[in-house]
Design a protein around this ligand. Structure first.
Ligand SMILES: [Zn+2]
Length: 155
């Protein structure tokens, strides 16, 4: 499951000049426990980095809009197939987390509820609801930028 040591540990958000060692800077969650099949070739580090950059833009957009500071994208191979920011405040929807919205966006665009070849990239560690949603969607892997607690208390 999720390594407990990651809780509250700021693994940082990469900046443009950071060393390209994504695996050291990010917490990578391996295949979710209910997935037993080998995952297909997943996005490489460059694509993950671009995806994280996009997620950060969405996070900043959420902040500017007066929403919670979260952004997420769904990546399939080298393509961002879903993207969203938090709309909890602006959409008055307590479940409109960035990750959940990004999963919905990807499923709509791909016209499938099976996102098993996809990676969920989010600026903060997904909450249990979004982790469960990723599981239902068959998301193969999750990558996040910092611990959920480091993003600040939800408003
Ligand atoms: Zn969530």
């Amino acid at each position: 499951m999720v390594p407990a040591a990651r809780h509250g540990q700021n693994v940082g958000v990469p900046r443009r000049h950071d060393p390209p060692d994504l695996h050291r800077r990010y917490s990578l969650l391996a295949a979710l426990p209910w997935l037993s099949l080998p995952v297909p070739a997943l996005a490489d580090e460059t694509h993950l980095r671009v995806a994280m950059r996009r997620a950060e833009e969405l996070r900043d957009e959420a902040l500017r809009a007066g929403d919670q500071p979260f952004g997420a994208v769904v990546l399939r191979g080298d393509t961002i197939v879903g993207a969203a920011r938090s709309r909890v405040v602006t959409g008055t929807d307590p479940t409109a987390h960035a990750e959940l919205e990004a999963i919905r966006d990807a499923a709509r665009r791909l016209r499938t509820r099976d996102l098993s070849a996809c990676v969920l990239v989010s600026t903060s560690r997904p909450c249990r609801m979004c982790e469960a949603a990723a599981g239902w969607a068959g998301i193969s892997r999750m990558v996040y930028g910092e611990a959920l607690t480091d993003a600040g208390a939800p408003r």
